[in-house]
Design a protein. Structure first.
Length: 129
């Protein structure tokens, strides 16, 4: 399988450590994805949503890391909406196994939050959802 370029959407205020772990997995030789871009922490001058849209132009899949406060993260909600507008495949991934992970407010009712395991991640990147 060719490596997919992934955009990782996450709550900067609460889930940065989980994002670092996920991008670290992209360095393993048998990982099916490369980290291409992600949520922005700093204020982007101008229309930040347009800048996110451009960042998503060259990616294959959007990984939405879901933590305890994702339902309050307006940036994650906007990034998920942009991914759908651009027709990018996406999936929701539980950032933690020991905490209640919530969906972004723009998630569809039938969007499932998947457990973060190595096998799940490889399958999800490959399109199994």
């Amino acid at each position: 399988m060719a490596r997919k370029r992934a955009f990782i959407s996450f709550d900067y205020d609460h889930d940065s450590d989980a994002k670092l772990m996920l991008t670290g997995q992209a360095k393993h030789p048998d990982t099916p994805f490369d980290f291409a871009d992600g949520s922005v922490q700093d204020h982007l001058p101008g229309d930040w949503k347009e800048k996110v849209r451009r960042r998503m132009d060259n990616i294959d899949v959007v990984i939405v890391l879901c933590g305890q406060f994702t339902h309050l993260a307006s940036g994650v909600a906007a990034e998920l909406s942009i991914a759908r507008e651009k027709g990018k495949p996406y999936f929701l991934l539980a950032a933690y196994s020991d905490k209640n992970c919530t969906k972004p407010t723009t998630a569809l009712p039938d969007d499932k939050v998947y457990r973060w395991t190595w096998d799940n991640l490889k399958a999800l990147i490959g399109g199994a959802r």
